[in-house]
Design a protein around this ligand. Structure first.
Ligand SMILES: Cc1cc2nc3c(=O)[nH]c(=O)nc-3n(C[C@H](O)[C@H](O)[C@H](O)COP(=O)(O)OP(=O)(O)OC[C@H]3O[C@@H](n4cnc5c(N)ncnc54)[C@H](O)[C@@H]3O)c2cc1C
Length: 543
């Protein structure tokens, strides 16, 4: 589409959306519904985002499938059956393709098109967007649906490019199945993707060496085929469950939040509570006690419980000790949800190598750790992501006065509500830093943000305005609030990707909002009820 008076080589839309994962697809659906001319730009060749790129063995969601799915259309929910309690990546990708087909979304998506720059035209109140295909796009609104975990961390291990065998990265796994049968395999990293990969390939490989710097807290998923009773119950009470999800601190009904305090609960009762949630599996553990992520001594009671579990499962006492996290509070790094992770270390072909004290180097033959060189046929890097800001920092985004987002965020990301940045009008972030995002069931948070953005654009139209931006004061207040809430919790105590600690040189700032999904939603709704408090609206027709 082109509009009169513009450069004819320049396409023009009401709204440009960057990314075609859960966020971008839903944003496109909503934009169309409200009659906006919309275009999505996606670097990958198809829809799916996270679930397109992360196809490593064992990749699966860690929130129960019926909760980790769109809620905006009851018919979509009723006509889609999940085969497992926790869907694996191929099924999640099928689901997102099904969504794209069902709402005929593909015709408005430019695939294999990476957005490289976006600059705000202050006179016209429009974003001028550039792509790696030479495209130039003008759009009133620009929505960054670029994902919190979409840019893998650069491999910073010395010698990484010297290895002569097969090399794999969990975040860009080959399309075809990799045959590890009989091979000597090494894997570096023990975060969520590594835990899933290790568990899946251990029975197949000749030998597996796991290089661990920091052990993760991992909770059993108890995965299996979808339980027909659970499905029936969810469908019968869908609206009530979805409403509860939106109010739950982490957006997961199964993580029922208790208001009991671990420290006020007698030890045997406390242990029963942990056992009960451990038996339920997954993030049910999240809400077990209200003080778990607030008070170190309360957290310690859970840490001790997990340590006992690991010692029960892992037969070799020395390996068990290495697998027990000791340097950070439980939950202050993302908890893994596994399908027999600790059990893997009882296999004769699996060896855990502690690299907490002596860093590793990669050699042409394998990996050197301490004094020893381990030789491999294949090496897997599972090093995590440049989380929350990685994708945005790769785009040359310029707001008022040509100021770049990079400069603006030099000391760490600053936003109002995780939705907008002062000085960058009409630029919306989906699950941006300063919103619950990665501390939640992300589909719940994505829907809330997209709904908010869509309502905001409608409100601008009603007021005959064509620009909205966060005020510097509101942003200042919100950044301080996020920090204040984070400092009331144990989160900042870990060197986690929540604070950017995994990426050398990244400013240490706690990025997600830990106040809870329900609380945050209420804050966003109140801002709207008060006439978009903290935002300034303007019109290009009335400068
Ligand atoms: C392995 C893994 C497992 C996860 N498991 C869970 C889970 O169990 N529960 C949960 O709640 N969350 C999970 N997450 C988080 C997950 O990212 C979100 O749940 C959700 O999929 C995010 O959707 P999104 O559309 O916001 O971002 P993404 O799915 O990351 O999509 C962003 C898209 O934007 C594209 N893009 C980025 N930059 C550009 C650019 N400049 N130009 C064009 N395109 C661009 C990317 O190619 C990508 O396709 C997981 C993440 C990973 C990596």
């Amino acid at each position: 589409m082109t509009i009169e008076g513009t450069d004819s080589s320049q396409e023009s839309f009401d709204i440009a959306i960057v990314g075609a994962g859960f966020s971008g697809l839903y944003m496109l659906y909503k934009a169309r519904k409200q009659g906006l001319a919309a275009r999505v730009f996606e670097a990958g060749p198809s829809v799916g985002g996270t679930w397109y790129w992360n196809r490593y063995p064992g990749a699966r969601v860690d929130v129960e499938s019926h909760e980790y799915s769109y809620s905006f259309d009851a018919e979509l929910e009723e006509t889609w059956d999940w085969s497992e309690r926790y869907a694996a990546q191929p099924e999640l990708l099928r689901y997102l393709n099904h969504v794209a087909d069902r709402y005929d979304l593909r015709r408005d998506i430019s695939f294999e098109t990476r957005v490289t720059a976006a600059a705000f035209d202050e006179a016209a109140h429009r974003w001028l967007i550039t792509t790696d295909k030479g495209g130039r796009i003008s759009a009133r609104y620009c929505v960054m649906a670029t994902g919190c975990l979409s840019v893998p961390k650069q491999i910073d291990i010395p010698g990484a490019d010297t290895f002569k065998g097969e090399v794999y990265n969990t975040s860009s796994w080959p399309m075809e199945k990799v045959d590890f049968r009989g091979k000597r395999v090494g894997i570096i990293g023990t975060g969520s993707s590594a835990v899933q990969t290790i568990t899946e390939i251990a029975p197949e490989v000749g030998s597996l060496h796991v290089f661990q710097r920091t052990p993760p807290y991992s909770i059993p998923a108890h995965n299996g085929p979808a339980n027909p009773d659970v499905v029936r119950d969810w469908r019968a009470n869908r609206e009530a469950y979805r409403a509860a999800e939106r109010e739950n601190p982490i957006g997961i009904v199964a993580a029922v939040q208790s208001d009991r305090m671990a420290l006020d609960t007698p030890p045997d009762e406390r242990r029963r509570a942990y056992e009960e949630r451990w038996a339920r599996g997954g993030f049910a553990i999240g809400g077990v006690f209200a003080d778990m992520l607030m008070v170190k001594e309360a957290n310690d009671t859970f840490v001790a419980f997990v340590a006992d579990k690991v010692r029960e499962i892992v037969k070799d006492p020395a390996t068990a000790e290495l697998l027990i996290p000791k340097t950070y509070p439980a939950g202050s790094k993302r908890i893994c949800v596994d399908t027999g992770y600790f059990q893997v270390y009882n296999r004769d072909n699996v060896t855990l190598v502690d690299i907490s004290k002596s860093p590793v180097t990669v050699t042409p033959k394998g990996v050197r750790a301490g004094e020893r060189e381990y030789e491999f046929d294949a090496l897997i890097f599972a090093l995590g992501f440049d989380a929350m800001t990685g994708a945005l920092s790769k785009i040359d985004i310029r707001g008022r006065g040509g100021v770049t987002l990079k400069e603006t965020w030099a000391d760490g990301p600053r936003t109002y509500l995780g939705l907008m940045v002062a000085g960058f009008p009409n630029l919306f972030l989906v699950t941006g830093p300063g919103s619950p995002s990665v501390l939640s069931n992300m589909v719940v948070s994505i829907e809330q943000h997209v709904d908010w953005i869509s309502d905001c654009i409608a409100a601008l139209g009603e007021r005959q305005m064509d620009a909205i931006e966060a005020t510097p004061q509101a942003e200042e207040y919100w950044v301080a609030h996020v920090n204040e809430v984070a400092n009331m919790t144990l989160y900042p105590q870990a060197n986690s990707w929540y604070v950017g600690a995994n990426v050398p040189g990244k400013p240490r700032v706690f990025m997600p909002y830990p106040g809870g999904v329900g609380v945050y939603r209420q804050i966003c709704n109140d801002v709207v009820a008060k006439g978009y408090e903290g935002f300034a609206m303007s019109s290009s027709a009335r400068p």
